[in-house]
Design a protein. Structure first.
Length: 236
């Protein structure tokens, strides 16, 4: 376990542990996003290393060929060091729907965010508008999977950038009646669970119109200041 400034990182680098524990685990409990392709490529590299192929230049080149389409690809320095690199064909998986709500909760634990925006507004007595949003972000390769959330939750919309796709729920009635209930029933884990609880608290305050008073707005600001620490705010 390594601690960085913003997070803890758990790493497994032992070839024995990777071969006997990590790979069998994800073979049994299948990944459902395009990260599964990265896993299959990862398995190929582990197999090459197990066969000692990485001890030869030809073997290292085979590994670089795989790495060229794995995750973010290879660095410029590796491209210079291995000018004959011929990227392998990246596996393609066609899963286009969420397996179940429990899986969605786990997916949200890793990839979801519960936001509270406080925006200036000329139409309110306090001069501010409070807007809760639920956002799930994934690589653009998983656009079909993210789009399936609109049907699953019967709400939200999808926005696509060059490298990422976003599922966004911002309509208050959808947040209150669809998003909150599903994650109340199917729990989120880790620190994000507290973000969710704080988010729900603010949603309840909005439902009671407490945000329309300066006292309520200050309380919301206080709760908001303790949410999503260390995260970048995505302004969409």
């Amino acid at each position: 376990m390594r601690q960085s400034e913003l997070c803890y990182v758990w790493r497994v680098s032992s070839l024995k542990d990777l071969t006997n524990t990590i790979i069998p685990y994800f073979d049994k409990f299948t990944l459902h996003t395009q990260k599964r392709a990265d896993f299959e490529l990862f398995k190929r590299v582990v197999e090459l290393i197990s066969q000692k192929k990485h001890l030869t230049l030809d073997g290292v080149q085979k590994i670089v060929n795989i790495k060229a389409v794995h995750n973010k690809g290879i660095s410029d320095s590796l491209k210079l060091a291995f000018p004959k690199t011929s990227p392998v064909t990246r596996p393609v998986f066609t899963l286009s729907s969420i397996p179940d709500s429990q899986w969605l909760a786990g997916f949200t634990t890793g990839e979801g965010c519960f936001y509270i925006d406080i925006l200036k507004s000329k139409s309110t007595k306090t001069g501010f508008q409070v807007r809760p949003r639920f956002i799930l972000t994934q690589h653009s390769r998983d656009e079909n999977l993210i789009r399936s959330l609109v049907e699953l939750l019967d709400c939200g919309n999808v926005r696509v950038s060059e490298k990422a796709v976003y599922f966004i729920v911002s309509i208050f009635s959808d947040i209150e009646k669809k998003v909150v209930p599903i994650f109340t029933k199917y729990n989120i884990h880790g620190a994000k669970d507290q973000d969710f609880k704080d988010w729900v608290h603010i949603v309840e305050m909005l439902n009671k119109k407490e945000h329309l008073t300066l006292e309520g707005l200050d309380q919301i600001r206080c709760i908001q200041s303790k949410m999503n620490r260390g995260r970048f705010n995505i302004l969409l």
